[in-house]
Design a protein around this ligand. Structure first.
Ligand code: ADP
Length: 241
């Protein structure tokens, strides 16, 4: 991470946010007709679609687990989602993000209910502005609920980090590029269990604890938005009937 541009001006961030203020978030459940469950999420300049298929028989058959379902999350960034056109298709970064999101989701989905099945979670980033793994996981969780997949909780994700020596929540694009650390976290909000944690950059132990507290605070705010989005979808259906 480079640190040659000023990211804080009189305690305010470049986009005017306070240290503990999230970028605007909008969540909509059930936006796709062919998927079992889906979600569209906007978070700052990020736009993400999540679509869930299954549980269905896992193929090829050697991937099946006779005792439980497997979760295949596939994170993909569209070529047009970033300033310099991204080479289409999977790369190291998208494989890593797919893996950590799959593992986070496996810890909340009641997998034992669906032996030999796979639950496929497609995450398409159509506009990217930092924090897309948090946005993707948060959208995937809503899509899983929309698909009726039984879960112990609705997972949620948010990052915190450090810019110009200050610990802040939810880094934007410049903050991610020129800041000193980024700490994406996902939790089960009901139990507080940490489902994902990664870190880029350097933090002291004190800063790490502050960043973790801020990220968890953000998770709880976003968790309420997830629930609202799910309630709204079912409200609409009730109204039409
Ligand atoms: P996250 O999106 O979860 O923060 P990274 O820290 O790896 O993941 O990426 C930060 C941001 O950098 C992305 O959200 C995106 O805006 C940008 N980015 C990532 N990969 C590319 C790429 N191949 N080309 C251009 N920009 C990219």
């Amino acid at each position: 991470m480079k640190t040659d541009i000023k990211l804080l001006e009189n305690g305010k961030r470049l986009d005017g946010r306070k240290y503990d203020e999230l970028r605007p978030i909008k969540i909509e459940a059930g936006v796709l007709h062919r998927a079992e469950g889906s979600c569209y999420l906007e978070w700052g300049g990020n736009k993400v679609l999540a679509a869930v298929y299954g549980p269905r028989e896992a193929v090829p058959r050697h991937t099946q687990n006779p005792l439980r379902a497997i979760v295949n999350a596939r994170y993909n960034m569209a070529a047009f989602s970033v300033d310099d056109r991204k080479r289409p298709g999977p790369d190291r970064r998208s494989r890593e993000i797919s893996k950590v999101i799959s593992e986070a989701l496996e810890n909340v989905i009641i997998l034992e209910n669906f032996p030999r099945a796979s639950i496929d979670v497609n995450i398409e980033v159509i506009d990217a502005e930092a924090g897309t793994r948090c946005a993707g996981l948060t959208a995937a969780a809503v899509a899983l609920v929309d698909a009726g997949i039984p879960m112990r909780d609705i997972p949620v994700s948010c990052a915190a980090g450090k810019i110009d020596g200050q610990v802040v929540i939810d880094l934007g694009k410049n903050e991610d590029n020129y800041g000193q650390a980024d700490l994406p976290v996902a939790i089960s909000p009901r139990t507080g269990e940490i489902l994902l944690m990664q870190m880029d950059g350097h933090l002291t132990m004190d800063e790490f604890n502050q960043a973790l507290d801020l990220a968890i605070k953000g998770c709880h705010i976003i968790s309420d938005l997830q629930k609202k989005a799910i309630m709204e979808k079912y409200q609409k259906i009730t109204e039409v009937k």
